[in-house]
Design a protein. Structure first.
Length: 358
């Protein structure tokens, strides 16, 4: 809720923790998603590539920009899985099949107007190779496609990125299902079950992962765990990368050029990264057959994910950005006035979801 009157009413700096691509920035004032960065706030993204976007769109905000990587339960591997249904699995993957009713609308539109199928395929190929449409946004055929949909070009780009993400994620399921993949995700995966044998075989229907502890339980009961970022994630390092590294599972993640992984770990990231689904399958076979190698790499990850990646450390970082003087006693473990600080949980039922069902 970074609106001018809210910012003016506070006696500290609001800290905006950005965890996704620029298309998902809220635009409360109808002046573009980056307009909030014009306010007197601190900007704390978990991915470095946002700095380039800010440099282009509101460069003076860079003096309030602070890159802070994600955090995790750094001792998660010490906690064995809980619950009655814990099963040691070969491979686990917690992943959404992304999209909403707008994506369904797009697919239905092209089915009814096959004339646009060719240009949509070209756009999907472009996004598959570079992640964005870029110069395609000026093509007459793309603009005509948007006009017929009644969409802005950036809105179309988001949903085409979602299609590319879903195609890549489905390909991974098809590659790994016969190797013992347990797939945990949202309800949209159910739509594929009648059409895709691999999804029907792998999807853990009715198993909802709704807490960090439940997520860590899955990783701690898995030999391998997968990370496949969304097409628009650029160079960012997802939360699940640290979560898996802090678990008993071995992470297999996609190779991304100039990834934040290399910057955060200063080039010491010990794990192989796959470029294709076939290469992912080869890595899975290799480490499932070599438990000693797998455990050696898991331990190397535990050594890397130290106190600087803990939730407590990251909260301290955010508090220091917001109000360093008030945060000082908390960072020393002695809240002002004595006693311990308090973190309140607000139940989701008290919020209105203005974005619709996802």
């Amino acid at each position: 809720m970074l609106m001018p009157k809210v910012v003016e009413a506070l006696n500290c700096y609001p800290v905006s923790v950005i965890v996704d691509s620029e298309q998902h920035l809220f635009d409360y004032c109808d002046r573009g998603g980056f307009s909030a960065f014009e306010l007197d706030i601190k900007i704390a993204p978990i991915y470095r590539s946002l700095e380039q976007d800010i440099a282009t769109k509101c460069p003076h905000a860079l003096e309030r920009y602070h890159f802070l990587p994600p955090a995790t339960d750094i001792d998660g591997w010490r906690r064995p899985p809980t619950g009655d249904a814990v099963v040691w699995r070969n491979i686990s993957w917690i992943a959404s099949l992304v999209g909403d009713h707008f994506l369904d609308q797009l697919i239905d539109f092209v089915a009814r107007h096959p004339f646009f199928g060719g240009i949509m395929r070209e756009c999907l190929n472009r996004i598959s190779s570079v992640g964005y449409l870029h110069d395609y946004k000026q093509r007459r055929e793309v603009l005509d496609f948007c006009a017929s949909l009644g969409w802005e070009i950036d809105f179309l780009e988001i949903h085409l990125q979602n299609i590319v993400t879903n195609l890549e994620r489905t390909a991974i399921v098809e590659e790994l299902s016969h190797r013992g993949l347990a797939l945990y995700g949202n309800d949209r995966w159910n739509m594929l079950i009648p059409k895709n044998r691999a999804t029907a075989q792998s999807f853990m229907s009715g198993r909802t992962i709704s807490s960090h502890r439940a997520q860590m339980d899955v990783y701690n009961a898995s030999r391998l765990s997968i990370n496949m970022p969304q097409a628009q994630a650029k160079t960012g390092m997802q939360y699940r990368i640290l979560d898996v590294m802090a678990s008993r599972s071995l992470l297999l993640t996609k190779h991304i050029d100039e990834s934040d992984i290399d910057a955060v770990f200063e080039g010491k990231f010990p794990l192989p990264r796959f470029r294709t689904t076939a290469e992912l399958g080869k890595f899975a076979d290799h480490y499932l057959a070599r438990e000693d190698e797998r455990q050696t790499l898991v331990k190397a990850c535990h050594e890397l994910v130290g106190p600087s990646f803990s939730f407590q450390e990251r909260v301290t970082d955010y508090l220091n950005l917001s109000n360093a003087a008030a945060a000082a006693p908390l960072s020393r473990g002695v809240p002002e006035g004595g006693g311990r600080g308090r973190l309140d949980k607000i139940e989701w039922q008290r919020f209105t979801n203005w974005t619709g069902r996802r």
